[in-house]
Design a protein around this ligand. Structure first.
Ligand code: GDP
Ligand code: MG
Length: 178
């Protein structure tokens, strides 16, 4: 194993993928800083933040988070970010069917080119905007199930299920044997 990693203290590379505007950067900001900034800037290329969480069994997990830009002109750079990632979080916006279709594109990409043991999560964000919902929760659940992914709906705005997302991912990580 690489430096800084043992059975009790895991360090994992996590990449966020999904259409521009679905809320990837806001999810990271909410998780890392506990904040929501409705005027947040568009991510250019990719940005990097880290956050450590403690699990009940006293394991700690340090997430090294790569937040990518969804713009088409950066799509060709995506493999640089998901290569070697232990976790990929594919995000869509529950008020945008188009973003759900784009999420499925990313899942296929990851299945083709990601690590074979990558932990995949599908996230339907902006759950607070339920009145504008275009993607039924059942569609997310079914797609994730078919593809062996963990599924959750979140709101970076209200903080709903943001910590749960990362805790559930942490529980699903393969543990290094010592
Ligand atoms: P990214 O391009 O995927 O990184 O998306 P951003 O994080 O930049 O968010 C895009 C827009 O969606 C911003 O205007 C955010 O304020 C808004 N947004 C992000 N998450 C939520 C959410 O959970 N609920 C609502 N209502 N708006 C959100
Ligand atoms: Mg962004």
């Amino acid at each position: 194993n690489g430096g800084g990693q043992d059975a009790k203290n895991l360090r994992v590379k996590l990449v966020l993928l999904g259409d521009s505007g679905v809320g990837k950067s806001c999810i990271v900001l909410r998780f890392v800083r506990g904040q929501f900034d409705p005027t947040s800037k568009v991510t250019v290329g990719a940005s990097f933040l880290s956050q450590t969480i403690a699990l009940q069994d006293s394991t700690t997990v340090k997430f090294e988070i790569w937040d990518t830009a969804g713009q088409e002109r950066y799509a060709s750079l995506a493999p640089l970010y998901y290569r070697g990632a232990a976790v990929a979080v594919v995000v869509y916006d529950i008020t945008s069917l188009e973003s759900f279709n784009k999420a499925q594109y990313w899942v296929k990409e990851l299945q083709k080119h990601g690590s074979s043991d990558i932990v995949l999560a599908l996230v339907g964000n902006k759950a607070d905007l339920h009145e504008q919902r275009e993607v039924p929760i059942q569609d997310g659940i079914e797609y994730a199930e078919k593809n062996g992914m963990f599924f959750i709906e979140t709101s970076a705005k209200t903080a709903d299920n943001i910590n749960e997302l990362f805790e559930e991912i942490a529980k699903r990580l393969p543990r290094p044997s010592t």
